[in-house]
Design a protein around this ligand. Structure first.
Ligand code: ZN
Length: 467
């Protein structure tokens, strides 16, 4: 296909060839549900969301799996501190994660497997590794992956396997390791920690094995794309490759995609949202979830994103332009022949948009193509050179591209309570030439964050994007 992606493992940018014709299987490392997600986490999740949306837009059948890590050191510590079970803690933050994802219009993954529901799959993977000599037990009931048995180790992160983890602090519970570089597949039981009774004996899984077991459970031993933040390349994804390929003897993942960091910038300002980094806090502070989504997706995923209060203001301004265009097209009426060259303008915008997305998901270039079209359509609206049908076609076109971006408003669902009634009342007041009522209703709508303007096509309204 024409989409080219840069694979972290080989460093090559090459056409995506589905392992199974017409179908793409994707696994994304999901959240560890021990606290609220930060915008940096969501930058990575929304990058995967854009990938999934674009593949579907291009007609591929996508299966997207995102795991939920609901047992690990941080969750155990958090639950012990709060005096609740790890299940209760995980449930609470999973709910918040799903709410954040919905607010930010993240596509719901097809499967959201939880680690604690897949202990058996992890156990059987570890048994295979033990039998093949890639893993060994220590006295406390833990099991480690033997890196010395896997010469390809270090390829993803481009590290010399001999130098790995030398000088790294050895955890108190890991002194039994044969080699300082080896990593835990299974952790023996300890007081104050949850433990499962399994064929391996009691204990709990290590974090890395969770992703190998859950991805292969839903997508098979070899699948198309694995995504995550760059911070997961080493050791997490390096370990995933080693333990998966050592167990199955097959290539684990065809294309590895890693999203760069988000850096919080900007100086401290009174009442600013610049220093807030949790999604839930930003939304509670009144930030528009659409503006936040726009700010997080609009920079290419392989570039660092410097996030400042200005990012949100710029996003809100861009959205207002889109909203104004959508509204103008929606209310436009002109009895005249269809313009002969609109199709060519829309075709050109589409091919520029697709060419940008095909170039390793260059969203910023795709947005530039969209906003060039916005300018062009605004010009045609201003000089009344579109027919009513042209305007409808242009609106349908912009909404179609929005299947990839998900930044246009949800029709009436986005209106604040009572706004629809006020808009209708103002329409009636204008029809009755009651200018006093019309002005009062305009002020009431402004207080709800809705701007109205009167045009020759009638009253138009748009949202004022909160920042
Ligand atoms: Zn993972």
């Amino acid at each position: 296909m024409s989409l080219r992606l840069r694979d972290t493992l080989t460093g090559e940018t090459r056409p995506l060839e589905p392992l199974e014709p017409g179908r793409i299987r994707i696994y994304s490392c999901g959240p560890t549900v021990y606290g609220p997600a930060h915008i940096g986490n969501f930058r990575s999740f929304l990058f995967a969301d854009i990938l999934v949306r674009y593949l579907r837009f291009r007609g591929l059948d996508v299966t997207w799996v995102m795991n939920i890590t609901d047992v690990d050191d941080k969750i155990i510590r958090g639950a012990n501190e709060a005096g609740i079970s790890i299940g209760e803690l995980a449930e609470r933050w999973l709910e918040q994660f799903l709410a954040d994802g919905q607010a930010l219009r993240m596509t719901a993954p097809d499967v959201l497997p939880r680690a604690t529901d897949h202990i058996e799959a992890m156990v059987s993977l570890i048994q295979t590794l033990l039998e093949a000599g890639h893993a060994y037990r220590t006295d406390d009931g833990s099991i480690f992956f033997r890196i010395g048995s896997w010469p390809a180790y270090g390829r993803l992160a481009r590290l010399d396997p001999e130098q790995l983890r030398v000088g790294e602090r050895v955890e108190a519970d890991e002194y039994g390791k044969a080699d300082v570089r080896d990593f835990a597949l299974w952790k023996g039981p300890k007081a104050g920690e949850p433990s499962w009774d399994t064929a391996l004996g009691p204990g709990r899984p290590g974090w890395h094995i969770e992703c190998s077991a859950m991805s292969m459970a839903y997508l098979g031993p070899s699948f198309d794309i694995h995504t995550g933040g760059v911070d997961l390349i080493f050791p997490h994804h390096e370990d995933e490759i080693a333990q998966s390929e050592a167990a199955t003897g097959q290539p684990f993942v065809a294309t590895w995609l890693h999203c760069e960091h988000l850096r919080l910038g900007g100086t401290k300002m009174a009442k600013s949202t610049g220093n807030i980094s949790r999604v839930v806090d930003l939304l509670e502070a009144g930030v528009s979830p659409r503006a936040l989504r726009y700010a997080l997706i609009s920079v290419h995923y392989r570039q660092g994103l410097e996030y400042t209060p200005d990012s949100l203001a710029a996003a809100a301004a861009a959205l207002e332009r889109l909203d104004a265009l959508e509204l103008a097209l929606d209310t436009y009426a002109e009895a005249r022949p269809d313009s002969p060259d609109l199709t060519a303008a829309l075709d050109e915008a589409r091919s520029r948009f697709e060419a940008a997305m095909d170039a390793d998901l260059n969203v910023s270039a795709a947005l530039a193509a969209l906003f060039d079209l916005v300018r062009e359509l605004n010009r045609r609206i201003a000089d009344r050179s579109l027919s009513t049908a042209d305007a409808g076609r242009a609106l349908g076109f912009v909404r179609d591209l929005d299947r990839v971006l998900a930044i246009l408003p949800d029709e009436a669902a986005d209106l604040p309570e009572g706004a629809a009634e006020l808009i209708a009342a103002r329409e009636a007041a204008r029809a009755n030439r009651d200018w006093v009522a019309s002005d009062r209703l305009r002020d009431e709508l402004a207080a709800l964050g809705i701007a109205v303007e009167d045009t020759r096509d009638g009253q138009r309204w748009r949202r004022l994007e909160a920042v």
